[in-house]
Ligand binder design. Structure first.
Ligand code: GLN
Length: 547
């Protein structure tokens, strides 16, 4: 459908739009702000949907290094997305799909595919209107398909970046297209405190708003990212300097715990001001009781549980953000505090057995996360061996399950060279290997086993008792699978294959009989764990680890 017809439809529905941009620098927490606004609105009884527009030219982050771009988050429909979608889902307890993850790469790809198909009828293709029209088309379709009270859009990057220009131009046009008070542009910007001058500075924010003005945009509201509460005087100065109403300028205060952000914003009446902006007559208040309860638990004195994450990347935690959040939530659920030690797998490889013992001596539970390629594999195998031999709770996530089975094959089945064909193409014992469909795939992007698959649980197994269900849907992102040729051998020695994707007879969950908790999943349970509803596998893992 063309944009004119779509716009007519959008105008007839109740949906209001909030667009969030960021100024001065990155890492200000736009994703968290978008989620927080969502919490206030959702907890006031409104329906919300969220999307992220990313300025990079990659079609999706699936092929980007987790060290550069953080974790690749996966939705039910198999989209490989930015980690911000994880924030939205975890905080808002909603399920998103591929429509929530838009990149410049996708937009240009759509334009160029159209060009190759002859859709532009001999016309020259231009950024305005052709590229912008694709963005508008995406937004209108998104609003129509979701039909929620509010659509929240986060624009990635920082205002002033050349890449983000197309999205900001789209916002400028949509603001004109829509009736007044149907779209709110919120700008999150840094107001740094200069220690040596004892002063909070407004100039960087003023400049980032000037950058917006150059693009024809004046934000409707400002959120000031600040380590200290700002004053009325500062807000007045920014109101005059930027042309934003003073009552629509709020502090986005740096806090320790995410739920504090919602409480803080609510205390500044953000929720009320937003509803007033949209001319909503019956202003609703947000019920933050569940979050307040969670906050009380987070802040209370709790027993420490030491969890080791045996990782490929150490230093920046973004590659493991969903796992870390799932562990924290499971900790709160079990009323314990998680002390996370991130151990570099590669370093473990150089240690003697005695040194390994020392490293893990105070550890209550071991997590081996997902990962690709060979680096650190042997270190992860050592960690799995330690967990198995010492009855330490072990949770293997995707690669972590493969590692658990390779270790078992080597040390219990005595298949000394057992491996995955991902790490050793010529191994005589490929206990993990590619299934036929994956063998001929050449392109890297979007070609793995991705998204939600049904998994049948084995009655009476530990996994089945934990989930307390017959079957489950869990999200995947991998190429390699357990090799069923070895199934009997494993079972004879004490492995229980407790979850199966029946349609293709693929192993989804493995556990070790007579172990406190040694479970591996071929899927990623961390993607379905939320702040208020931690995932059952994480919940139980921490429960056993704390005992
Ligand atoms: N590299 C493994 C595979 O592709 C595991 C992937 C993962 O842990 N996400 O099967």
């Amino acid at each position: 459908m063309d944009n004119i017809k779509l716009l007519e439809k959008v105008k007839k529905q109740k949906t209001k739009f909030i667009i969030v941009t960021g100024g001065v620098c990155s890492s200000l927490g736009k994703g968290i702000l978008v989620s927080s606004l969502g919490v206030l609105l959702k907890n006031s009884g409104y329906t919300v949907s969220v999307a992220k527009w990313d300025p990079y030219l990659n079609v999706d982050p699936g092929t980007m290094s987790p060290l550069v771009h953080g974790e690749v988050f996966v939705t039910d429909d198999g989209a490989e997305t930015d980690l911000d979608l994880g924030h939205y889902e975890r905080i808002l307890d909603i399920r998103l799909n591929k429509d929530s993850s838009v990149s410049s790469g996708q937009i240009y790809q759509e334009v160029l595919n159209g060009e190759r198909e002859g859709k532009y009828l001999g016309k020259d293709i231009q950024v305005i209107p052709d590229v912008i029209n694709i963005i508008k088309n995406r937004l209108f379709n998104f609003a129509i398909n979701h039909n929620t009270d509010f659509v929240l859009i986060e624009i990635g990057g920082t205002v002033g970046d050349i890449e983000g220009g197309i999205f900001l131009e789209a916002v400028r046009q949509i603001k004109i297209d829509l009736d007044e008070h149907k779209l709110m542009h919120a700008h999150l910007s840094l107001v740094p405190y200069l220690e040596w001058a004892h002063e909070i500075k407004t100039k960087p924010t003023q400049h980032s708003v000037i950058a917006l003005k150059h693009l024809g945009l004046i934000p409707d509201t400002l959120f000031l990212r600040t380590d200290y509460p700002t004053t009325d005087k500062i807000k007045e100065k920014l109101s005059i300097g930027c042309g934003v109403k003073k009552e629509l300028i709020f502090d986005a205060l740096t806090v320790k715990n995410i739920p504090e952000i919602f409480v803080n914003l609510n205390n500044q009446d953000v929720n009320t001001r937003i509803q007033e902006f949209f001319n909503i007559k019956k202003i609703k208040q947000a019920n933050l009781k569940d979050w307040q309860n969670l906050l009380n638990i987070i802040k209370s004195e709790k027993k420490l549980v030491n969890i080791a994450l045996v990782a490929k990347y150490v230093g920046n935690n973004d590659p493991y953000i969903s796992i870390i959040k799932a562990l924290e939530s499971a900790g709160n659920y079990n009323k314990v505090k998680i002390n996370l030690e991130i151990l570099e797998a590669e370093k473990l490889e150089k240690l003697s057995e005695k040194e390994i013992k020392k490293v893990f001596s105070k550890i209550d539970g071991i997590v081996v996360p997902g990962g690709f390629d060979k680096r650190g594999i042997e270190g992860k195998i050592l960690a799995a061996k330690y967990a198995r031999e010492n009855n330490i709770p072990y949770l293997g996530l995707c690669l972590g399950m493969q590692i658990m089975l390779i270790e078992f094959a080597r040390n219990i089945l005595k298949l000394k060279d057992a491996s995955s064909t991902e790490f050793d193409k010529n191994t005589k014992n490929p206990v993990i290997c590619l299934i036929e469909e994956q063998k001929n795939i050449k392109n890297k992007g979007g070609t793995m086993r991705l998204g939600a698959y049904k998994c049948d649980l084995l009655l009476g197994s530990m996994a089945q008792k934990i989930y307390n269900k017959k079957d489950i849907l869990e999200r995947h992102r991998h190429r390699y699978e357990f090799n069923n040729k070895y199934k009997k051998e494993f079972e004879n020695k004490g492995i229980i294959f407790s979850g199966t994707y029946k349609k293709e007879n693929l192993v989804e969950i493995s556990e070790i009989k007579d172990h406190k908790f040694m479970i591996g999943s071929q899927f990623h349970p961390e993607f379905l764990s939320t702040f208020l509803h931690p995932h059952p596998l994480f919940r139980e893992f921490i429960k056993v680890a704390k005992e």
